[in-house]
Design a protein around this ligand. Structure first.
Ligand SMILES: Cc1cc2nc3c(=O)[nH]c(=O)nc-3n(C[C@H](O)[C@H](O)[C@H](O)COP(=O)(O)OP(=O)(O)OC[C@H]3O[C@@H](n4cnc5c(N)ncnc54)[C@H](O)[C@@H]3O)c2cc1C
Length: 487
């Protein structure tokens, strides 16, 4: 008998979502990720959980409605990670007439009718905080509701839930060879050791590596795919209000500027066809300049490439015909006497849960499994209603009185109700062990190492949090020394 029912190559959002779905349906699952969870394209998404307003202009009404339903699902199951925001579209004289935008927003709201999010408004930005950061002569902006997500934490908590339901998650485990018979026999280099695994079916969720894994590791015909890179920039905070600004640049490209980790602004995104090693994805200087210019067209505060504190880039596979990340794709290859192979790649964050659900359902013709379940089961720590987020922050501050407001908000956003497992019975900050920077404590680092597969400082500083944006070098060094000997 094979060791597992399903082995998954790749620990991005697609791979972890398949692992979670399959483990919860009673299958024996292993996920192998060559680096860290969410270290590929899944940490470089535009961080939006949305129906995609622009989809309405392309008349993709059913797709937009489906995505809006998924937005509601995420708000229900991940109220700590997925946060409702007010998006503002300043009306620019050169662009589409205001009545057209207003009608689009009304239709968008109609399609999202059960969401419970605040409705859209027309703002006079000459007398509204949204206008403070904008250049003159913006007089009007349209405000509507959508959501943002911490994408790499979403990947990690999806893996935590998969593990809680029995999946084995291995990071630092690269699949190097596979032989296909009635079962699959995989060879992986797992933290330096060669490991052989047998599995009844295999899922190729290796993102930008999909074609090369197919060809070189699985030795099956590679799907016809192109690779596209997406990039964003982080600058110091450009505005004080909590809105996400959505701009249509002069070339028609939609640009978002979002509040990012309290003191910063995330501006994106740009994409181009990528050639090269997906493990080394760097942003082009022309793209950095492009995003700065796009922001300068709207904001009073002007930025140049020298103001960019960080660039965020990732590459993923797309169907060769299209440059844009379409709906993502999943396909099953099954032949008599040959174990099944499912390939899943691309797509957006909003529809990842459903994409995985449909993909795993393909296996029902091979194995008995329990019904679909992921739309109603909260991710770890997400057992509260999204409207109660601020209440949960207050509860945390009441219980751990040494927490500052910002720190409490960060912890609740990252761990939800599981913040109690991170802080335990601590009465004072000193009870949480050494401090790294203003916020990170030994207790949190130990928790991330024991429960969330963190192995190196970057796993914590960039994927399980974004504390790397503010942590001084001396504290990073201390963190590295602590992680080498955490107990
Ligand atoms: C151009 C572009 C546009 C995008 N647009 C959007 C958008 O509009 N909206 C949105 O929400 N998101 C968007 N995204 C991001 C989207 O979030 C991701 O594509 C999504 O998270 C799915 O990622 P994934 O799991 O397929 O791939 P990844 O996150 O890259 O995961 C694949 C993983 O496989 C691992 N791997 C590879 N080979 C092996 C091996 N041999 N053994 C073990 N592990 C291996 C890699 O290390 C990697 O971690 C975009 C991404 C790109 C690149």
């Amino acid at each position: 008998m094979a060791d597992y029912d399903v082995a998954i190559v790749g620990g991005g959002l697609n791979g972890t979502s398949v692992a979670r779905d399959a483990a919860g349906r009673g299958l024996r699952v292993i996920l192998l990720e060559q680096a860290d969870l969410g270290s590929g394209a899944s940490q470089a998404s535009p961080r939006l959980v949305h129906g995609d307003l622009a989809g309405l202009e392309r008349r993709e009404f059913f797709r937009v409605r489906r995505a809006l339903r998924e937005r509601d699902v995420w708000l229900r199951i991940a109220p700590h990670l997925v946060r409702p925001m007010r998006f503002a579209i300043p009306a620019h004289a050169d662009e589409r007439p205001p009545w057209q935008l207003r009608s689009l927003l009304l239709l968008y709201e109609h399609l999202a009718s059960r969401s419970g999010l605040p409705r859209s408004l027309t703002l006079d930005v000459t007398h509204h905080p949204v206008g403070n950061a904008l250049k003159r002569p913006f007089g009007t902006a349209f405000e509507y509701s959508d959501c943002v997500v911490d994408d790499s934490r979403l990947v990690v908590l999806t893996a935590v839930d998969a593990a809680a339901r029995g999946a084995e998650i291995r990071t630092g485990a690269r699949v190097t060879r596979a032989e296909r018979g009635e079962t699959w026999r995989l060879v992986a280099i797992d933290r330096g050791y060669r490991r052989v695994i047998t599995t009844r079916s295999l899922v190729n969720a290796s993102g930008a590596w999909t074609a090369s894994v197919a060809e070189r590791v699985l030795r099956v015909p590679a799907p016809q795919l192109a690779t596209v890179q997406i990039s964003q920039i982080v600058v110091r905070r450009l505005f004080d209000c909590d809105n996400v600004y959505a701009f249509q640049n002069s070339d028609g490209q939609l640009i978002f500027a979002s509040p990012y980790e309290r003191d910063f602004t995330l501006i994106g995104s740009v994409s181009h066809v990528f050639k090269g090693d997906p493990a080394i994805v760097a942003m082009d200087v022309r793209e950095v300049a492009y995003l700065c210019e796009a922001a300068n067209r709207y904001f009073r505060e002007q930025i140049s490439p020298a103001d960019v504190l960080r660039t965020i880039s990732g590459a993923n596979s797309v169907v060769a015909a299209g440059r844009r990340m379409g709906g993502g794709a999943a396909s099953l290859d099954y032949r008599r006497g040959k174990a099944p192979l499912l390939t899943i790649f691309g797509g957006d964050v909003t529809t990842a849960r459903r994409r995985a659900e449909r993909a795993v359902s393909e296996f029902t013709r091979f194995y008995p499994m329990t019904p679909r379940w992921t739309a109603t089961a909260p991710l770890p720590g997400g057992e509260f209603a999204w409207q109660r987020f601020e209440t949960e922050v207050d509860i945390a501050r009441d219980r751990w009185r040494f927490l500052g407001e910002d720190q409490a908000r960060r912890l609740v956003a990252a761990y939800g109700l599981n913040v109690r497992d991170v802080l335990g019975d601590a009465k004072a900050k000193a009870d949480l062990g050494p401090a790294f920077g203003a916020e990170l404590t030994g207790a949190e680092v130990r928790y991330l190492m024991r429960r969330e597969w963190a192995r190196f400082p970057d796993d914590i500083l960039w994927r399980r949090s974004k504390l790397g944006l503010t942590m001084p070098q001396a504290d990073r060094d201390a963190l590295a020394a602590f992680m080498a000997k955490p107990d």
